[in-house]
Design a protein around this ligand. Structure first.
Ligand code: UTP
Length: 793
């Protein structure tokens, strides 16, 4: 079987060479081979193979020979399915037949002549199927290998940082080439959209661009709209199909009303123009799903990826803001290039294909700026301070947002901060290593972290307000998530709204690792023995060096205020100082419920203070009462008394009926951890079945069959899925045992509940897999429970 060739046995599991992924054990391998991704790639490989077997490579073509000529000639050997031609030069073509025997017929013909030209026809070269082509120059490992020795030779970390800029920044020729593309597009687009402008923004011009970075462009059609409106009214007055500017009705503007057209409709036109009228531009397609739709294209000669958007003047303006920051502060570029490269190496920033859960470079840039605003003394002013430094002519409003700042760096007084680059870099890591993301909203505008509680009750008020406002002026509140970073101008846009819990946690964990490293001698002191030092170790990707210590598996329960029921949000809002405690209790109750009721674990709480096990809840006992337990769930909460109640083996026990907020979900006193934060004794869990494998299929089966279709909430469905797996699947040879330590991290208003896992007995080696499943499942289930809780309150 072909699949077997793709799977290689490794000391710790397997490696699928087709998908380039590591698979830890046999059950996961089974799942992987049945999975969508593997099968999709596998079928792409078969299609590619068939296409290869059915096609021939034709060279010796001259530009005057068209695709139609080629088709007409080769059709004599059999039906064709495709012809791929080099659009610019027309020197070669790949002719693809519908059947493989047409290839034989073509190759058996001794001479091929077309329009007096002798064509050379060869079988297609057989190439190994690869998921992505490996271009050595763009290979991250290759780039890093070349960078390392140069960095090691530098005299100081500051010199290393300057070297990073030299290595990565856009060269003069690259900038010129980009300028020419802008000019070319401007010339083409002005023909179709009179008075329009092509404006570059983003890394090509924001002073942080690197080789091969995207070319982000705005097609500004505001003036074209005015032009069109004027032409329309003149035409109407004249009662004819021709405007006074001489543009006939059949111009592109007669197809579309720009004042009412959506961005996607305009972009369809842009795509058509790019495809037909701009030489060397390929792979043109509209991406509608993005927050701001774009047309993507590839410029073959310059090997450049470009994006064109419309209605995005804020992006051009925030690019000017970044240029101003660079102009006022020389240390910004070395710092930015270093942090961007570090983030790339650690897989923290950059989403291939545009969408994904990692930071985008703009968000990372703003994180650096925010840190510099918070240095002591500040390295950069806040955006509000910049606004006050601007003069009247520099006032700028875009889409209702105040985008005023000075146009020249000279207007901004120099910073009093004299730290060198080395210490500023270390400071960045230390700042975000400790940063309380859960309870803060980062405001570059104000240069401070705003308390998240300020935003909790906003949504409700907003709904009412927005009903009364026309859509154009509606400003929604930001989409809150694990990392909240407000755009400096569009104050309702969380530029890190795409991050998930895992990517936020990875970012902070890497900052903690880097912070630790920056305190070591190797950070600042050049090795006399030529060993890696300074930035080299910071940039080393994982896998190349083992982590200084293995991380304890940890799951954070996100404080996703948007998904919380309104009632719970206001309870938390009103709890004031008790906010942290109340949130922690809610989360702990929900976590217990997930392990006991949904995943049917045998759960005990070890009271480590007294060294005794308490509140033992057997799985069998729990299963009998699960329905009752589900109905009562984690139950109502009266925030005024800060009381929380929970179900335990079907018995609803009030935790703090005597208004004692420090009592745990299982009647245990909440204790204070090392830093005076609430903490509960750990749970011990025993799991006898692989309840995480094949859940999707069971869920689907249960839903399909109306007889067994579970009624009610998702919680009940998940509980039934587990029961079904336990019934059908054999027990693990040795049960998995692990501890869970719940804690709160962060400041006094912190909403971050953290669960630390520790496998205590894992003889079958399934813990990693189970943990991987829990990372997504547990936060989602807790969220569902919190909704039910408040819904039933
Ligand atoms: P990128 O995240 O691509 O940043 O956003 P970049 O600096 O160009 O980095 P590369 O391209 O990944 O190398 C591009 C531009 O889009 C605007 C900003 O102007 C940014 O510079 N943008 C991006 C926003 O205005 N808001 C966003 O949320 C994201």
């Amino acid at each position: 079987m072909e699949t077997d060739k793709d799977i290689k046995c490794k000391p710790r599991g397997f490696h699928c060479t087709l998908c380039n992924v590591h698979i830890p054990n046999m059950p996961s391998l089974d799942q992987h081979l049945k999975g969508k991704r593997h099968n999709m790639i596998s079928s792409a490989r078969s299609t590619r193979k068939t296409q290869g077997e059915c096609s021939v490579y034709v060279s010796g073509i001259k530009p005057e020979i068209s695709q139609t000529d080629i088709a007409a000639y080769f059709e004599q050997f059999g039906p064709l399915s495709d012809i791929i031609m080099d659009k610019d030069n027309g020197f070669f073509a790949i002719v693809q037949f519908s059947e493989a025997n047409s290839v034989e017929a073509t190759l058996s013909c001794v001479e091929h002549q077309l329009k007096g030209l002798k064509l050379r026809v060869k079988p297609r070269e057989k190439k190994d199927f690869k998921l992505t082509p490996d271009k050595k120059t763009n290979d991250p490992q290759h780039i890093f290998d070349r960078l390392k020795p140069n960095l090691c030779q530098q005299a100081s970390v500051d010199a290393q940082m300057q070297h990073v800029v030299q290595q990565f920044q856009l060269g003069e020729n690259e900038k010129k080439a980009r300028g020419l593309v802008v000019q070319l597009l401007q010339e083409v687009f002005i023909e179709f959209f009179p008075d329009s402008q092509i404006l570059p923004f983003g890394s090509s011009v924001n002073t942080f661009g690197i080789h091969n970075c995207d070319l982000d462009l705005l097609l500004d059609i505001e003036n074209t709209k005015v032009f069109q409106a004027r032409a329309k009214s003149t035409t109407e007055q004249a009662g004819e199909g021709m405007s006074d500017d001489g543009h006939s009705e059949d111009s592109i503007l007669s197809d579309i009303d720009l004042s009412s057209a959506s961005a996607a409709e305009v972009l369809d036109l842009v795509a058509a123009i790019l495809k037909r009228c701009v030489p060397s531009v390929y792979k043109v397609h509209v991406v509608r799903s993005a927050r701001l739709p774009v047309v993507k294209f590839h410029h073959r000669k310059l090997n450049l990826q470009g994006d064109i958007s419309v209605n995005n003047r804020l992006a051009v303006r925030n690019t000017c803001f970044l240029q101003l920051c660079t102009g006022t502060e020389d240390r910004l570029r070395p710092l930015m290039y270093t942090i961007r490269y570090w983030a790339k190496q650690k897989w923290l920033a950059g989403n291939p294909g545009g969408a994904g859960p990692r930071l985008n470079n703009y968000a990372l840039t703003l994180l650096v700026i925010f840190y510099l605003q918070n240095c002591e003394p500040a390295v950069l002013p806040t955006v509000d301070q910049l606004k006050d430094m601007a003069c009247e002519e520099e006032e700028c409003m875009i889409e209702g947002w105040n985008c005023t700042f000075p146009s020249q760096p000279i207007a901004v007084p120099p910073s009093k901060n004299t730290q060198d680059l080395c210490s500023l870099l270390a400071g960045f890591f230390s700042f975000y290593a400790k940063f309380d993301f859960a309870s803060s909203i980062i405001s570059v505008r104000e240069g401070r972290a705003l308390p998240i509680t300020d935003f909790l009750s906003q949504n409700k008020e907003e709904e009412v307000m927005q009903e009364e406002q026309p859509p154009k002026t509606q400003h929604h509140s930001p989409k809150l998530g694990p990392l909240n970073l407000l755009d400096p101008f569009e104050l309702t846009h969380n530029v890190a709204g795409n991050l998930n819990q895992r990517s936020q946690r990875n970012f902070q964990r890497e900052c903690q690792e880097a912070d630790k490293y920056c305190h070591c001698l190797q950070y600042q002191h050049k090795s006399t023995k030529g060993k890696p030092w300074g930035l080299v170790r910071l940039f080393t990707p994982h896998g190349n060096v083992p982590h200084s210590k293995t991380h304890q598996p940890t799951i954070s329960i996100p404080f996703n205020s948007v998904s919380l029921p309104e009632e719970l949000r206001s309870q938390l809002h009103m709890a004031g100082d008790g906010f942290q405690l109340l949130w922690f209790q809610k989360v702990c109750s929900a976590v217990e419920e997930v392990f006991q009721t949904v995943l049917k674990c045998h759960l005990t709480r070890t009271d480590s203070v007294h060294g005794e096990d308490s509140a033992v809840v057997g799985a069998a006992e729990e299963m009998e009462t699960s329905t009752a337990s589900l109905n009562t769930s984690i139950n109502s909460c009266d925030s005024t008394e800060s009381s929380v109640s929970t179900s335990m083996a079907g018995v609803k026990r009030s935790l703090s009926s005597d208004s004692d907020p420090s009592v745990s979900p299982q009647g245990k006193k909440l204790r204070l951890g090392k830093r005076g934060r609430p903490e509960l004794p750990p749970w011990t869990c025993v799991l006898k079945h692989i309840v995480w494998l094949g859940r999707r299929k069971v869920r689907w089966e249960l839903n399909k069959d109306t007889e067994t279709r579970p009624e009610g909430s998702c919680l009940q469905v998940e509980s039934q899925v587990t029961a079904h797996i336990i019934e059908k699947e054999p027990e693990l040879k040795e049960a998995l045992e692990f501890k869970i330590q719940p804690q709160v991290v962060g400041g006094t208003e912190s909403t971050k509940a953290v669960l630390k896992f520790e496998p205590t007995s894992d003889k079958t080696g399934v813990f990693q897999d189970f943990f991987h499943f829990l990372e997504a499942f547990l936060p989602k289930m807790v969220e569902t429970l919190l909704e039910i809780q408040t819904g039933s309150a």
